[in-house]
Design a protein around this ligand. Structure first.
Ligand code: FAD
Length: 294
């Protein structure tokens, strides 16, 4: 089965996202996190694809290593940035050769960030939906690919309205995307608003996995939020007022994320997708708070 089929078939999906490490020390750290999180038997794990395809080889190598050396199901991210259609086919083939048969099909961002104007590569794609079509029609000699896509609970910085985002997501589902993973967000209502709009736009059956980024350090979360065009809501920031001890910030961040996860699952989210930043501790603490054991 594809990851999308596993997500649909299971009662709840749990998944962990990693980024490709830069050096041997980073790989060691990632590998430790993979080992520790494996015990939770996630539905899948995923590895991001660097801006402009900068981590292409490392992403393929890392997903390949996970596929070979663990029992985890692994998805490789793939972006259109800087690639022609022919190059995208090559990357899909490289994934297939590495034993990876699921991709998260993304447009990616311009080098100047998500709010900068987007210019497609000549011979490449304008929108993620085209990559969805390509990946769904690709057969690397080992059967068809599973395809997931990105979704945005708050507006994507390049979209005029949240309804436009929902229409884009429904179009990706119509093109063959089997599930979506959201950008980070902090309010359950932002997530459930997206779910409702997507259903209204014609894709009521698309499972949308909420992407969870626990706050363990205020500075870095503000930066991540800025990079993704998300805002850290004032009521969330207020919870950190007056906290100067990093341990208190961390504890509060884990509490907030655990509450968000509990609220999402209680109201029917099909699972949780954790942005781990290649560490396992925050995710383990949230699982403990949710009383999800190994
Ligand atoms: P699209 O679906 O193409 O949408 C981009 C913009 O174009 C939106 O404003 C949309 O409304 C508009 N649009 C789309 N289709 C049409 C159309 N047919 N007509 C008119 N307008 C349209 N980036 C990386 O570089 N590497 C990663 O590994 C990575 N992983 C991610 C994982 C997740 C879960 C998420 C949520 C994001 C990830 N990103 C990653 C970031 C992502 O590349 C950016 O958010 C990017 O700006 C949008 O990608 P998309 O696939 O949603 O693009």
């Amino acid at each position: 089965p594809t990851i999308g089929e596993l997500v649909r078939a299971g009662e709840r999906s749990f998944s962990f996202e990693f980024f490709p490490p830069k050096d041997a020390a980073g790989e060691e750290q990632l590998w430790t996190a993979v080992g520790e999180l494996q015990a939770y038997e996630p539905t899948f794990v995923s590895v991001t694809y660097g801006a402009g395809g900068s981590t292409r080889d490392r992403t393929i190598a890392m997903t390949g290593r996970i596929a070979r050396e663990t029992s985890l199901r692994v998805m490789g991210h793939l972006t259109c940035v800087g690639h022609t259609r022919a190059e995208l086919l090559e990357v899909l083939q490289a994934y297939a050769d590495a034993g990876v048969h699921d991709v998260l099909a993304l447009r990616g961002d311009p080098a100047d960030g998500p709010s900068a104007p987007w210019t497609p590569t000549e011979g490449g794609f304008h929108h993620a939906v085209e990559l969805v079509e390509l990946a769904r029609s690709f057969d690397g000699g080992s059967g068809r690919f599973g395809v997931g896509v990105a979704a945005f609970p708050e507006k994507h910085p390049g979209s005029a309205t949240v309804d436009d985002d929902a229409r884009v997501l429904a179009a990706k589902a119509a093109a063959g995307a089997e599930f979506a993973v959201t950008q980070l967000f902090f309010r359950p209502e932002d997530y459930f608003g997206l779910v409702e709009r997507t259903a209204a736009a014609g894709a009521p059956d698309l499972p949308i996995l909420p992407g969870i980024m626990p706050i363990t350090n205020l500075g870095s979360v503000r930066r991540m939020a800025e990079l993704s065009g998300t805002e850290v809501p004032p009521e969330v920031l207020a919870r950190f007022d007056g906290l100067s001890d990093p341990a208190d910030v961390r504890r509060t961040g884990i509490e907030l994320a655990s509450q968000l996860c509990a609220d999402l699952l209680a109201a029917g989210a099909p699972g949780l997708h954790f942005y781990t930043l290649n560490r396992s501790r925050a995710t383990r603490e949230i699982f403990e708070a949710l009383r999800i054991g190994v």
